[in-house]
Design a binder for this molecule. Structure first.
Ligand code: PHE
Length: 441
C-alpha cells in the first residue's frame, strides 16, 4: 500500500512541471552564472554540459524510478525495494543534504524577495555599477533584515506543504515556467544588443582548455547535481507521486532540457551584461543581484520588467524550496511511524530551517561551507550511493526491474541506462572526487 503522506499529482504535465519547478530555480539563475564566472566561463560551461549528459539522465531517471517503484520517501524507499539492506544511511544523507541546502537557499530566496520589494519601490533607478555593488553589500550586511526576508519564503513554503496544495503548485508552475522563459528570452535579446556585449559572449562560449583544473571539474559536477536537484532525494520524493502510467524516461528528458535551457539563458543574459557594464565576472554570489538591476535600466518598461522578473524569480525559487522541504517533511512523517502527521513535520522542519538561516546569516562562512559541502561532496556521494544501490545491490530482477516500472523505456535504452548506472556514473564520480583531492598529480 502506498502510505505516502501526500496525494499524487493530478496529471502527467503537473508532475513534469513540479519536477521542473524543483530543478529550475536559484541554481540556474543565481548560482550558475557566478560559479561559471569564477571558473573561467566557457571552460566551465563545456564540463558542465558533459556532466549533464553523463550524470543528469541516469540519475534523474534513477531517482524517479526509486520513488515511483517504492512509493515512499527517502526514509523508506531503500528498504521498500530491498528488505534488511544496508542502504538506510542514504536516506539520512539525503535528509541532511536537504537541511543544509535549505539553510542557505532560503537566505538567497530572501535576497530575491528583498530585491522584489526594492524593485517595486524603484530603488535601483539611476544607480551605476558601483552604486549597485555598494547597495548589495549594504543590504546583505544588514543581518536582521536578511533574517526577516529569509522568513518570508519559509512561511510561504510551509503554508503550501501544510495544506498539501499540490494542485496549487501544479497550476502555478504551468503558468510560471513559460512566462519565465519568455521573459528571459526578451532580456537576452536586449542584452545582446548592448555595446560591448560581445566580450561576454566570448567569455561564456569560448573554451580555453588550459582553464580546466580539478577544481573547475569538481564545481561543474557539483553544479550539475545541484541544478538538477539530484543526489538528495527530491526527485525520489516526487517520483513517489508520479502517476503509474507516466513515462519516467520522457519526464527526465523534459526536466533536464528545461533546466539546461534556463541555465544557458541565464549565462547569455548575465555575461554580456557584465562586460558591457564593466562588472567583474568573478564577483561571487552577489553577481546577478548587482548585474540584473543594471540590465533592467536598459529595457523598455524598466520598472515593469524588473518587478515582473523578480516575481518570477521568487516563484521559481519557491518551487525549489517546496521540493527541498518536502524531502524533510515526508522523511519525518514516515520515520515517526504515525506519531507525527504532516503538519507536525512541517512545523519541526521549519523550526530547524529557521535556526539554520540564522546560523548562515550570523556566521557568513557557514553559508559557503553549506553550499560547497552539499554540492561538491554530499550530493555526489548521495548519487554514487543511489547508482550503486540500483545498479549493483538490488537483486537483478529488481535492479533491471526498476526500469520495467517505466512505460516509456525501450529495450536498448534499458541496456544503455544500466551500463551508465553501473559503470560510468560511479567511476566518474569517484574520479572527480579523487582528482579534486590532488590524487592524480
Ligand atoms: N535545483 C534547484 C535549483 O537549481 C535547487 C535544489 C537542489 C532543489 C536540490 C532541490 C534539491 O535551484
Amino acid at each position: 500500500m502506498n502510505e505516502h503522506p501526500t496525494s499524487s499529482f493530478s496529471s502527467k504535465f503537473g508532475l513534469i512541471m513540479a519536477a521542473a519547478g524543483s530543478a529550475v530555480g536559484l541554481g540556474n539563475i543565481w548560482k550558475f552564472p557566478y560559479i561559471a564566472g569564477e571558473n573561467g566561463g566557457g571552460a566551465f560551461l563545456i564540463i558542465y554540459l558533459i556532466c549533464v549528459i553523463l550524470f543528469g539522465l541516469p540519475m534523474v531517471l534513477t531517482e524517479f524510478l526509486i520513488g515511483k517503484r517504492s512509493g515512499k520517501s527517502v526514509y523508506g524507499a531503500f528498504n521498500e525495494l530491498k528488505e534488511n539492506n544496508h542502504w538506510h544511511w542514504l536516506g539520512w544523507l539525503c535528509m541532511m543534504s536537504a537541511f543544509l541546502i535549505m539553510g542557505f537557499y532560503f537566505l538567497v530566496t530572501g535576497w530575491c524577495f528583498n530585491y522584489l520589494v526594492e524593485a517595486i519601490g524603484n530603488v535601483f533607478h539611476g544607480l551605476d555599477s558601483e552604486a549597485l555593488a555598494a547597495h548589495f553589500t549594504e543590504v546583505s550586511g544588514n543581518k536582521l533584515r536578511m533574517i526577516g526576508f529569509g522568513l518570508i519564503p519559509v512561511v510561504l513554503t510551509a503554508v503550501v506543504l501544510w495544506f498539501d496544495v499540490n494542485k496549487g503548485i501544479e497550476r502555478l508552475s504551468k503558468i510560471l515556467m513559460p512566462l519565465l522563459l519568455l521573459m528571459m528570452i526578451l532580456m537576452a535579446i536586449r542584452v545582446l544588443m548592448l555595446d560591448g556585449s560581445n566580450a561576454g559572449v566570448q567569455f561564456f562560449f569560448n573554451v580555453d582548455f588550459t582553464k580546466v583544473t580539478p577544481k573547475v571539474i569538481l564545481e561543474a559536477m557539483g553544479q550539475c547535481f545541484f541544478s538538477l536537484s539530484i543526489g538528495m532525494g527530491a526527485l525520489i520524493t516526487y517520483g513517489a507521486y508520479m502517476p503509474k502510467n507516466q513515462s519516467a524516461t520522457y519526464t527526465s528528458i523534459q526536466v533536464i532540457s528545461l533546466d539546461t535551457i534556463v541555465a544557458l539563458l541565464a549565462g547569455v543574459i548575465i555575461f554580456p551584461a557584465v562586460f558591457a557594464f564593466g562588472f567583474n565576472p568573478a564577483e561571487g554570489p552577489q553577481l546577478v543581484f548587482v548585474v540584473l538591476p543594471a540590465v533592467f535600466e536598459q529595457m523598455s518598461f524598466a520598472w515593469l520588467s524588473s518587478v515582473l522578473f523578480f516575481i518570477l524569480l521568487c516563484i521559481a525559487a519557491l518551487t525549489s524550496t517546496i521540493s527541498l522541504m518536502e524531502v524533510a517533511v515526508a522523511f519525518i512523517t514516515e520515520a515517526s511511524k504515525g506519531r507525527l502527521n504532516r503538519q507536525h513535520s512541517v512545523l519541526i522542519t521549519s523550526a530547524i530551517v529557521i535556526v539554520l538561516i540564522v546560523v548562515c546569516t550570523v556566521i557568513p562562512q557557514s553559508f559557503d561551507v553549506f553550499d560547497k559541502l552539499t554540492a561538491c561532496i554530499m550530493l555526489p556521494i548521495g548519487a554514487l550511493g543511489m547508482s550503486l544501490f540500483v545498479g549493483w545491490s538490488l537483486p537483478a530482477k529488481n535492479g533491471k526491474g526498476v526500469l520495467r516500472a517505466d512505460k516509456g523505456a525501450r529495450y536498448w535504452f534499458g541496456k544503455v541506462y544500466i551500463f551508465m548506472l553501473r559503470w560510468l556514473v560511479p567511476v566518474a564520480i569517484l574520479l572527480v572526487l579523487l582528482n579534486s583531492l590532488g590524487i592524480f598529480k
